[in-house]
Structures are given as structure tokens and as C-alpha cells.
Design a binder for this molecule. Structure first.
Ligand code: PAF
Length: 282
């Protein structure tokens, strides 16, 4: 695996490979890699000649400084995992390389409703930061296809939208959420759960799956209330939101009679100081 920390080295290497007619599959990450990330890389390898990953803890997408400081950084371990998965190229820049001047204000993208609901509402500026860094990474790596987990469903919708409105020539490939045996969605933040919290968090996925079964005989507000009570009666969990949204526009669905199909149920739960998100198709 080639490892680069500068934009120039990365671009030179990848432009040469593209000139040879090779296709590039890209998996952008913030490191602290788990099985979910590796599954994205495996898919990228299957569908492209060259697999590229990036590791960059992007400061502009953290609206909370403390969250940025404590985000897990495990670069040595990540490199071993990427090598074991036969990743061809890793781009791991520092903050200076990606943001050489703090004086320049990055251009904002009008995300409309996509940036206003759920995570967009609770984490102001988060998706602008994601768009800024993903656009920069696409400009550097020039991927044919880029792979994103459905676990961050709103991020996936935002990136698909950005690529469409900015005419970026990359195909966005959504990949299914990877789960632990007890249903917990894999996330780099799971390492922060203490043993008691870890024992209780599978209730998040379990509740959503049960809500899916109740989709037949309740109104949406009854279903939302049911989920809220179910989550909040566990002393380790506090519901931030449970929403049913249109899978493309993420428009909140509030006034339709159940059952509904072709939508997404999305949840955010506070577990101590940690926030976990998850979603399922309805
Ligand atoms: O999902 C992530 O890990 C990050 O938001 C991403 C897409 C790598 C951008 O920093």
C-alpha cells in the first residue's frame, strides 16, 4: 500500500493510474476503522482497478470542539487493517494540508431541507463541513466511484445531492450498515461506551425493528410516542429524535396514515455523553 500525506503526491500517483485507464474506487474515512469501513473497501476493490482510502479527522464538520478533541485516532492500527484488506493507496493528510488558510471561507452549498432536519438541525454546520471536505477529497482522488455507509443515511443523501448539483463526475455507492451480532450498528464512537452502556444500546436497533412491525396499526405520532417511551424507559438511553422520512428528500413524514413503505426510519439516541444514530428501511 502506498501511503501519502500530501495532495501533490496523491494526485500525481492517481492521475498516472487514470492515464493508464485504471478506475478508482474511493472510501473516505476519519479513521478508527472497523469492519464496516473494511466492507466498503472490499466493495471498492471488487468494482474498481485501484482502491483508495483516506483518513482525515475533518475539523470543519465538528460543531463541538470537545467532540473533535476526543475523536478516536488510531492511525497505526488503521494502516495495518488497510494493508490486511489490500488497499492500494492511503491518503492521510494533516489539517494544514487540507485547510492551508484559516482566512479563506469555504463556499457553502444550499442543502435546503436536507441540511435542516435531524442531524442538520442538531449539529449546525456539520453537513457544510462534510461537503467541504468530501468535495476537496474528490478533487484530489478523482474517483470513478465513492463508497458511503447507509449508517450515516443523512450524510449519504447530502453527498448524493452535492454531487448532483455540482455535476461532480463520481458515482456514489451506498453500502449497507454493518452490525454487531446483537444488532448495534458499527461506529467509531462505540469504543467510548462503558460496559453497562454497551449492554443496553442494542435496544436502539431492537426498538426500530419492533416499530417496523407496528407500522401497520398505528398513526405516525402514536408510533413516535411508542418509540420515545420504549427508548427512554431504559435508564442508559435518552431519545433525541425518531423520524420517518422520505428516503431521497428526507422530508419528515408526519400526516400520513400507516402503513407506509419506501421510507426511512431514523433515530438518534444519547448514551451518557455519546450520541448514536441508526436507521432502517420501512
Ligand atoms: O463518514 C465519515 O467518516 C466522514 O463524515 C467523511 C465522509 C469521511 C467526511 O469527513
Amino acid at each position: 500500500m502506498e501511503i501519502f500525506s500530501t495532495i501533490k503526491e496523491t494526485r500525481d500517483c492517481l492521475i498516472n493510474l487514470k492515464k493508464e485507464g485504471k478506475t478508482i474506487g474511493f472510501v473516505p474515512t476519519m479513521g478508527a476503522l472497523h469492519r464496516g469501513h473494511i466492507s466498503l473497501l472490499e466493495q471498492a476493490k471488487k468494482e474498481n482497478d485501484i482502491s483508495v482510502s483516506s483518513i482525515f479527522v475533518n475539523p470543519t464538520q465538528f460543531n463541538d470542539k470537545k467532540d473533535l478533541e476526543k475523536y478516536p485516532r488510531t492511525i497505526e492500527d488503521d494502516i495495518l487493517k488497510l494493508k490486511a484488506a489490500h488497499c492500494d493507496v492511503l491518503f492521510a493528510p494533516g489539517v494544514e494540508e487540507m485547510y492551508p488558510s484559516t482566512l479563506v471561507k469555504e463556499p457553502e452549498i444550499d442543502l435546503g431541507n436536507l441540511g435542516k432536519v435531524m442531524e442538520g438541525k442538531l449539529r449546525p454546520g456539520h453537513f457544510q463541513g462534510v461537503c467541504t471536505v468530501v468535495k476537496k477529497l474528490f478533487d484530489i482522488v478523482l474517483p470513478n466511484k465513492a463508497y458511503f455507509g447507509e449508517k450515516d443515511f443523512q450524510q449519504l443523501a447530502v453527498i448524493k445531492y452535492m454531487v448532483r448539483i455540482l455535476n461532480i463526475p463520481v458515482e456514489i455507492i451506498p453500502c449497507p450498515t454493518f452490525r454487531e451480532a446483537d444488532g448495534l450498528a458499527m461506529s467509531s464512537r462505540n469504543v467510548f461506551l462503558n460496559p453497562d452502556e454497551r449492554k443496553n444500546v442494542p435496544l436502539i436497533y431492537k426498538t426500530m425493528m419492533e416499530a417496523k412491525l407496528l407500522n401497520t396499526n398505528k398513526t405516525i405520532s402514536e408510533l413516535k410516542k411508542w418509540v420515545e417511551e420504549k427508548v427512554n424507559e431504559n435508564p442508559f438511553l435518552k431519545l433525541e429524535y425518531f423520524e420517518i422520512v422520505n428516503s431521497e428528500t428526507l422530508q419528515l413524514i408526519t400526516d400520513t396514515h400507516l402503513p407506509i413503505t419506501g421510507c426511512r426510519a431514523c433515530i438518534a439516541v444519547k448514551v451518557g455523553t455519546i450520541r448514536l444514530i441508526d436507521n432502517i428501511a420501512l
